[in-house]
Write a protein that binds this ligand. Structure first.
Ligand SMILES: Cc1cc2nc3c(=O)[nH]c(=O)nc-3n(C[C@H](O)[C@H](O)[C@H](O)COP(=O)(O)O)c2cc1C
Length: 422
C-alpha cells in the first residue's frame, strides 16, 4: 500500500478529525452521478441520506475531486483518521501475509484481451439479489461511523447512487431499519451469535426491513489475532455502538485495556464459536431470501454450501483479517468455480482495488466481487461524497477494462482467457 505523503496532491483536502475521534462532518451538496474531475477542489461534500424518490439517483460527489485510483483514497483517509482507527481498518491478522497474498495473486492474473469485437460495453450484471449496475457489492463492514459521521447511511447512499447492493453488517453502527428506510438495495450480513433467539430476531428484522438477500459470514468463529489492535489497545469510542444488538454486551467493545482488543473481547462474548452445517441448514429453512455464504476458500466447502441450498458462495479470507496463512482468494477462485459448476454463483472478495481487478475476477469465473477497505477510506476522506466518487471511479474503470478487452458486458468477460504469472 502506498505510504501517505505530507502534501496531499490528489482529491480534496479531507476534513480534520473531530474531537470525538471521527473525521468531522462536512457540508451537504448534490450534483451529477459521475464525479467531475475538472471541478475545483473544495471541502468534502456530505449529505445525510436523502429519501428514495426522484432525487435518489442524484450524487453528492460534486465538489469532491476524486484521486486517480481507489488505492489513492488510502492516503486521504490516513491523513484524517486517528491512528488506531486507521490500523483497525487497514490491518489484518498475524503477520498480514494473507493481505499481501491477496494483492500479489490478483496482480499475477493477466487477462487476454479480444479485439475487433465491435462492442460498446454495458456494466450491468446479475447477482443473487437482482440485476445491478455493476457486478459489485459493498462488502459488509462493521462500525462505519468510526470513519465519518455519515457512517452506514453515507456508504449506503453511495451504493444506491451507483446502483449496487450495500451489505449491512450485523455489527453496523446504524440500525438496519434506518439504512433500508433510505432506499437502495440492501443485503443483510449475519454473524452467528451465541444467542439463537437474537439470530432469529435479526433475521426477522432483516426480512421486515426489506433486505433483498442474506449473507452469512462463516469465517469468524473467533476474531483473528489482529496485532495492530492488540498493540493499540483498540476500543470503540463511546458514540460508535453495535446498533443492531441492543443489550448485546457492546459495553465490552468500549473498554480500552492496554494490550487488549476490546472489539475482539466483545465478539468473543457474543459470537458463536462452533457454527456448523446444521446451522446453515437451519438458516436455509428460515429464509426464502437469496442466501450467500461468505468466507469459503476450500472447493469442498463451496460444493457443500451449494448442496445445502446457498445461492452463492463468496470466496473470501475476510481481507486477511481472519486466518493469517490462508491462501489468496484469486488463487482459490478458479478451483471453487470449477467445483461448484453451475450449482450456485461464486463471488470474489478480498483485495479488489480497481476495475481491472473486477475484470480479473470475472475472467477467473466470478459472477461479481465485494469491495471492502477502499470504500471505507473513501468514506473517511469525504463521507457520502467520497464513497460516491470511489464507486463512480470503479464503474469507469470497469467500463474501460471491458472496452479494452472487447467484452460486451460482465458476463462476456467470464469467457476471457487468463494466464497467471504475467
Ligand atoms: C473495518 C472492517 C470491518 C469489517 N467488518 C465485517 C463484518 O462486520 N462482517 C463481515 O462479514 N466482514 C467484515 N469485514 C470484511 C469485509 O466484508 C471484506 O471481507 C474485506 O474487507 C474484503 O477485503 P478488502 O478490504 O481487501 O476489499 C470487515 C472488513 C473491514 C476492513
Amino acid at each position: 500500500m502506498a505510504e501517505p505523503t505530507d502534501e496531499l496532491v490528489l482529491g480534496c483536502r479531507p476534513a480534520p478529525a473531530g474531537p470525538d475521534g471521527c473525521a468531522s462532518a462536512a457540508p451537504s451538496g448534490g450534483g451529477p452521478a459521475v464525479p467531475d474531475a475538472t471541478a475545483p477542489a473544495g471541502p468534502p461534500v456530505s449529505d445525510p441520506v436523502a429519501p428514495a424518490g426522484p432525487a435518489a439517483g442524484a450524487s453528492a460527489a460534486a465538489g469532491f475531486v476524486p484521486p486517480a485510483s481507489l488505492a489513492d483514497f488510502a492516503e486521504l483517509a490516513r491523513a484524517v483518521l486517528p491512528g488506531d482507527v486507521w490500523d483497525f481498518v487497514a490491518g489484518g491478522s498475524g503477520a498480514e501475509t494473507t493481505i499481501a497474498a491477496n494483492r500479489a495473486a490478483l496482480d499475477r492474473v493477466a487477462v487476454l484481451p479480444r479485439v475487433l469485437t465491435g462492442v460498446d460495453p454495458r456494466t450491468e450484471a446479475a447477482l443473487p439479489g437482482g440485476t445491478y449496475a455493476l457486478p459489485v457489492a459493498v462488502a459488509p463492514m462493521a462500525y462505519q461511523r468510526l470513519l465519518h459521521p455519515d457512517g452506514e447511511l453515507g456508504l449506503a447512499a453511495a451504493a444506491r447512487t451507483a446502483g449496487v447492493p450495500y451489505v449491512a453488517s450485523t455489527l453496523g453502527s446504524t440500525p438496519i431499519e434506518e439504512i433500508t428506510a433510505a432506499g437502495g438495495s440492501l443485503w443483510f450480513q449475519l454473524y452467528w451469535l451465541r444467542d439463537r433467539g437474537l439470530v432469529a430476531d435479526l433475521l426477522d428484522r432483516a426480512h421486515a426491513a426489506g433486505c433483498a438477500a442474506l449473507m452469512v459470514t462463516v469465517d469468524v468463529p473467533v476474531l483473528g489475532r489482529r496485532l495492530r489492535d492488540l498493540r493499540n489497545g483498540f476500543a470503540l469510542p463511546p458514540q460508535v455502538t453495535a446498533a443492531n444488538l441492543p443489550g448485546g454486551r457492546d459495553d465490552l467493545a468500549h473498554q480500552g485495556t492496554p494490550g487488549v482488543s476490546a472489539v475482539a473481547v466483545h465478539t468473543g462474548a457474543v459470537f458463536a464459536p462452533a457454527l456448523s452445517w446444521a446451522d446453515l441448514a437451519w438458516l436455509r429453512e428460515r429464509t426464502r431470501l437469496p442466501l450467500l455464504v461468505k468466507g469459503v476458500l476450500d472447493p469442498r466447502d463451496a460444493v457443500r454450501a451449494a448442496e445445502a441450498g446457498a445461492d452463492a458462495v463468496v470466496v473470501s479470507n475476510h481481507g486477511g483479517r481472519q486466518f493469517d496463512g490462508a491462501p489468496a482468494t484469486a488463487t482459490m477462485l478458479p478451483e471453487v468455480v470449477a467445483a461448484v459448476a453451475d450449482r450456485c454463483a461464486v463471488l470474489l472478495d478480498s483485495g479488489v482495488r480497481s476495475g481491472t481487478d473486477v475484470l480479473r475476477a470475472l475472467a477467473l469465473g466470478a459472477a461479481g466481487v465485494l469491495v471492502g477497505r477502499p470504500l471505507l477510506w473513501a468514506l473517511a476522506a469525504g463521507g457520502r461524497a467520497g464513497a460516491e466518487a470511489a464507486l463512480a471511479l470503479l464503474a469507469a474503470e470497469l467500463r474501460d477494462a471491458l472496452t479494452l478487452t472487447g467484452c460486451a458486458d460482465p458476463a462476456a468477460a467470464r469467457h476471457l482467457r487468463t494466464l497467471t504469472g504475467g
